[in-house]
Structure formats: structure tokens, C-alpha cells
Design a protein around this ligand. Structure first.
Ligand SMILES: [Mg+2]
Length: 221
């Protein structure tokens, strides 16, 4: 029997380069944040923290540097208080993904308002049938793993072959691996291969190939 595929995508640094958002959009936030942590950290540590903010979700950064609650609260308030007018471009080869005729779902971690602004700037509403935001500042958070589990349960009848596609070993790749789903690590910056990755790709061309091969394996044509 042919088994259909269901693709679960990450957003940041998978579909577009997070740093391309441009410092000026968040300059005021970063300045306030810098000021609020400057009494607890050395200048070089402050720079490290800011640089990590561009690479990892805020919860990961705040845990790594043990930021206290008032600082966390202030940061999320300022992120949620901005009006975003973003001009973003997806990675060039993402066009290939738009054309894959398979059910696609987006699961992204972050602050809701900012993630929604990215999604709308990239016109991803037309690409993904369902979009979920794992909200960092939510009190009843189930994280990506919980969202994946709910998805798999809700599609129990359909027996999908699931592919979790993203760049972060500690987030979607780990969650997908632990749930026994096929994981595809997207390494747009030639990041090292993660042990949680079933496949490792630098270009979405390779994703198209992987999906084709797996389809045959499951008896598709
Ligand atoms: Mg990511």
C-alpha cells in the first residue's frame, strides 16, 4: 500500500536566514536588552549573548546564561510590543519546496507576533496547510515535541510517513528522532551533522530526491 508523506518544517534558518531580518528592526530591543544585562555580565559576555540570540530561540539563550525572570519578561514584552514590517526572502531553493505536492505543516518556536510577521513576509500561508507556533512565553507550552506528537495522533488513520525538516539538532531534530520520525537536517551554513539526523542536506534539491526515493520504497510510483 502506498503511504503518503507529511512534511513538518521548521522556519528560522531552514526556510530563510534569520539574520537577514536586519539589525535595525530590533535595534531598540537589543539596546534595552544589552543595558538590562550589562550589570550582570562582562562586555564580551554581553556580545556573546547577543550573537546567540540570532542563532537560538530565546528560551535556549536565557537558560544558557541563567537570565533572571525580570530580564526575560522585559525582553518578551519588548518583542511583543513592536510592529514589524519585515521584508524577507526565503532561501533561493525553497521554491522547490513550494512545488512539492505533499501535505506540508510549519512548526516554529518563538514569540507569536514576530513569528507571524515572518510567516506573512515570506507568504508561507500559501505553502503550509497548517501552521503551529510553539510560543516561548506561553505558560502551558508543550514544545515542538508535544506538537509533533499531537499531529501524529491526529493523523493516526492516515498512516503518514513523517519527515521533520529543520536546522536545530536540539529542537526539531531531537524531537523528531525521539518520536521515531524521519529527520532531515537542513545545513544551509554547512553546520556539522547531528546524530539525530536521518538525512543531511544543504540544498532542497536533495530533499526532493530523498522524498522520491522513500516514496518508491513504500510502493509509490
Ligand atoms: Mg531553525
Amino acid at each position: 500500500m502506498e503511504s503518503s508523506q507529511l512534511l513538518i518544517f521548521d522556519l528560522d534558518d531552514t526556510i530563510f536566514e534569520t539574520r537577514s531580518i536586519g539589525q535595525h528592526h530590533v535595534a531598540s530591543i537589543l539596546d534595552t536588552f544589552k543595558a538590562s544585562i550589562s550589570s550582570c555580565f562582562r562586555t564580551d559576555e554581553v556580545d556573546l549573548i547577543i550573537s546567540d540570540l540570532w542563532k537560538y530561540p530565546f528560551d535556549h539563550v536565557s537558560e544558557k546564561y541563567n537570565l533572571d525572570n525580570p530580564i526575560k519578561k522585559q525582553f518578551s514584552n519588548s518583542i511583543n510590543g513592536l510592529e514589524y514590517k519585515l521584508e524577507l526572502k526565503a532561501f533561493g531553493d525553497f521554491e522547490l519546496v513550494r512545488n512539492i505536492e505533499t501535505k506540508k505543516i510549519l512548526v516554529t518556536t518563538g514569540f507569536k507576533k514576530l513569528q507571524l510577521a515572518k510567516i506573512s513576509a515570506l507568504k508561507l500561508q500559501d505553502v503550509f496547510e497548517e501552521i503551529y507556533i510553539d510560543e516561548i512565553d506561553s505558560t502551558d507550552r508543550i514544545h515542538k515535541k508535544g506538537i509533533f506528537e499531537q499531529l501524529v495522533n491526529s493523523y493516526e488513520e492516515e498512516q503518514f510517513n513523517y519527515f521533520v525538516i529543520g536546522d536545530n539538532p536540539q529542537s526539531e531534530l531531537k524531537a523528531g528522532y525521539e518520536l521515531g520520525l524521519t529527520t532531515v537536517q537542513v545545513a544551509k551554513f554547512s553546520q556539522p551533522r547531528s546524530s539525530y539526523a536521518t538525512y543531511y542536506i544543504e540544498n532542497f534539491r536533495d530533499l526532493v530526491q530523498i522524498l522520491g526515493k522513500n516514496n518508491r520504497k513504500f510502493g509509490g510510483n
